[in-house]
Design a binder for this molecule. Sequence first.
Ligand code: GDP
Length: 304
Amino acid sequence: AELYDRGLEKSRTSFGDRLNSFLAKFRRVDESFFDDLEETLIEADVGYDAAMRISDELRDEVKLKNAKNPKEVQSVIVEKLVEIYDESGNGESTEVHFAKDGPTVILFVGVNGVGKTTTIGKMAARYKKQGKKVLLAAADTFRAGATEQLDVWAKRDGVDIVVGKPQSDPAAVVFDGVKKAKEENYDILFIDTAGRLQNKVNLMNELEKMKRIITREIPEAPHEVLLVLDATTGQNALNQAKMFKDSTDVTGIVLTKLDGTARGGIVLAIRNELHVPVKFAGLGEQVGDLRAFDPNEFVYGLFK
Ligand code: GDP
């Protein structure tokens, strides 16, 4: 919770504070109140549909409860945000699915620069601390420095890593990683993949090829395909998410750089439009700056 306090400072100062000062400005809950509310929510990247819905439902609620006090209206807004998040998730959990026995394989996808490598580094530390035997596979053989960067994390975390030659076939690294994980009884294998922006057909083929190699070795794997998105890119992140979701079965989202954005509302837009749960939140560059995502904590955190 402390990390959320610190990490969400930017979202809070602009989303929460803006909303608070906006509420204080209004004496009456009238049409211009709702117009301003819609604008505030859209600017925070809540998404157009969600913003309209909150404002419509709020109109009814305000009438029903005869709410005039801005504080009363604020709590209704928070309730609506949580409600929209929860219901668009169809009740599925934000927990990571682990293998019943044998290694759990987690595939990380996303475009360059969103924070895939950093997230894997943070996550490896997290699970190692829980006593798990962790293996990394550096299957991003295209981006110069990607393997070295992951290797730095592996050393820092004290976990093992499988690497390939520069420009070599990423599928070979995936194969080596899965084989090693299985033969040497690792608990978790994290696979870093290349994030070249490419067309949907290529992306789909590449991801399917990797999944086939994994499934051949471990039939129920990959247990998770986590799409990493940069929260500071707003609608762009949403468009990337759509492309990846159309290309493969994304089981969860890691939303990074929430510490660097005033637009935490993107969490709701993602949930509302894609119905894929956000499983982790990145709140900084350090190893400890990763949180299992909790929608209630998140939404309430915005308005503290
Ligand atoms: P990749 O290309 O997807 O593997 O991205 P990287 O892991 O190399 O991350 C790109 C940059 O974003 C690096 O400078 C990271 O330190 C930074 N970064 C990653 N996650 C976060 C985060 O949650 N918050 C902040 N502020 N920076 C982050």
